[in-house]
Design a protein around this ligand. Structure first.
Ligand SMILES: [Mg+2]
Length: 428
């Protein structure tokens, strides 16, 4: 048996944890630089098609309807996510963290438990200890657990918990008949259109389609989904998170950049951020790419270009990577444009220690030797304790209020990760 626990409108729910006064109000959360709407609670979603729409177009309407609008507060969401997953890990022998706000739990060996009841206690614990609303779906495969979660969110009478196995076969089918085939895990838009064309509209339709037909017309992956809908598990929990093959660091600037020095600093800072992530997954990279672009939505002169370069020896040292990144920037830089965005990609990632030295290898400089490794470790430690960018390379600039930090005018406090922003319980 598997459970899928998923938070309801996670970002919007995080905003309410320390703001009980927001109860009952519509809430939306904006993307970086307050560009688009990336999250909304149920009340805000009821205004119609607002997800991923530019904020400035809807700002007036949202204000008129009393909506609370927030800039993304990734520190808060990340910390609450970590707390939620830690709490949920105590409810099963195995846990797969699937995304920032959802995880699978493995209930193997618990056959005699009352799962609907257990699901309710999971839901209540998360609400009581973290103030976050979640839904719990339980089934005999991961696909069924996902489907059950989806249905539990749609039908208020289920009170956020559905265990399909606790229903009769007819009852299970009735539930699956109410679920759109496009909403099944792994089906998506691409397949749902083709499935609709041959008369498969709901999860129940797909469940009852002969396997042979699916194999012939679609793929093995969809065949697996059909098995899973029939309660035959084809996938176990992924307990080890695969490392990223590519690390991207990118952001639009608050103000456009016109001079080379500012751009160099911006690129250096993105590289530093990416290098930190690379070290977190204990990887080294061999390839670095830099992209700069003007704002395509403006009528000013347009320019957009890329450059990539290989490192002779794979590295995760911020200094080495910035040096190569600067080299890339030099090749693509053109004066006279108003740049709006820069992007950095670290790729060809491998584990440290797997490399071929050559006769002329300057190990001290390019390989990951003890001295540079421990320097990076110390920098990472300082920054994780004292805040991002506290300790940085001179190339990143010494002005913490440079012209290109993110625009986040409506950010809530970092209640759980910053001493200065702890919630105030009583103010005289
Ligand atoms: Mg969610």
């Amino acid at each position: 048996m598997f459970a899928l626990v998923d938070a309801n409108s996670f970002y919007a729910s995080c905003e309410t944890v320390f703001r009980p006064d927001l109860a009952g109000r519509p809430i939306v959360v904006l993307s970086n630089n307050d560009g688009c709407i990336v999250a909304a609670n149920k009340r805000a979603k009821a205004f119609g098609n607002i997800m991923y729409q530019p904020y400035f177009q809807l700002a007036k309407m949202l204000e008129q309807k009393g909506t609370a609008v927030f800039s993304s507060n990734y520190e808060l969401y990340g910390d609450l996510s970590h707390r939620m997953h830690t709490l949920l890990s105590q409810f099963a022998i195995e846990q797969e963290v699937y995304s920032i706000d959802e995880c699978f739990l493995n209930f193997t060996g618990m056959q005699h438990w009352n799962f609907t009841h257990y699901g309710q206690s999971i839901k209540q614990s998360v609400m009581k200890q973290l103030g976050l609303p979640v839904a719990v779906g339980i089934g005999s495969s991961k696909t069924l657990a996902k489907a059950a979660n989806n249905i539990a969110k749609q039908l208020p009478e289920l009170e956020g918990v559905l265990c399909l196995s606790d229903l009769s076969p007819a009852g299970q089918n009735q539930m699956l008949a109410g679920l759109n085939v496009a909403d099944i895990w792994g089906v998506g838009q691409r397949w749902s259109k083709r499935l609709n064309a041959i008369g498969i509209e709901t999860a129940l339709d797909l469940k009852q389609t002969p396997i042979k037909k699916i194999r012939k017309q679609f793929s093995v992956v969809l065949e697996r989904t059909v098995h899973e809908l029939n309660g035959i598990p084809c996938q176990s929990l992924q307990l080890v998170i695969p490392n990223k093959q590519q690390i991207i660091s990118s952001r639009a600037f608050n103000k456009t950049i016109r001079d080379y020095k500012n751009m160099q600093q911006a690129v250096a800072r993105y590289i530093a951020r990416a290098a930190e992530k690379l070290r977190q997954q204990n990887g080294v990279c061999k390839q670095i790419s830099v992209n700069i672009m003007t704002n395509p939505f403006q009528s000013t002169a347009q320019y957009n270009n890329w450059a990539s370069t290989s490192l002779i020896y794979p590295s995760n040292h911020t200094g080495h990577l910035i040096e190569r990144g600067k080299h890339c920037l030099k090749r693509i830089w053109k004066e006279g444009y108003e740049y709006k965005k820069a992007l950095v990609i670290l790729s060809d990632i491998s584990e440290p220690g797997i490399m071929q030295y050559d006769l002329f290898a300057d190990k001290a400089r390019y390989s990951n030797n003890k001295k540079t490794d421990s320097l990076m470790q110390v920098i990472d430690k300082i920054n994780s304790r004292m805040g991002k960018g506290t300790c940085r390379l001179a190339a990143e600039g010494n002005n913490s209020k440079s012209s290109w930090p993110m625009q986040r005018h409506r950010q809530s406090s970092r209640y759980t990760t910053c001493w200065k922003e702890l919630p105030v319980a009583y103010l005289k």
